[in-house]
Write a protein that binds this ligand. Structure first.
Ligand code: SF4
Ligand code: SF4
Length: 62
């Protein structure tokens, strides 16, 4: 894929909310960080949801 969801670990609270809204379960919380896997379809729901703005999309062309 030509985009990637980036997590700013200095902002993330590990609340798990983004993982809860992801329609394809592409986000997993491990012990220390959010991991986003290749199932991500780039819908950006997680970015809109995150209460602290810790998520962004890299590699966008539009
Ligand atoms: S952009 Fe959409 S599919 Fe990708 S991790 Fe966020 S909520 Fe899930
Ligand atoms: S919604 Fe934001 S603060 Fe919460 S776990 Fe996801 S990236 Fe971190």
């Amino acid at each position: 894929m030509d985009f990637k969801i980036d997590v700013d670990e200095s902002k993330c609270l590990y609340c798990g909310g983004c993982a809860g809204v992801c329609p394809v379960d592409a986000m997993l919380l491990d012990e220390v960080r959010i991991v986003i896997n290749e199932a991500c379809i780039g819908c950006k729901l997680c970015i809109k949801f995150c209460p602290v703005g810790a998520l962004s999309m890299e590699g966008e062309n539009d």
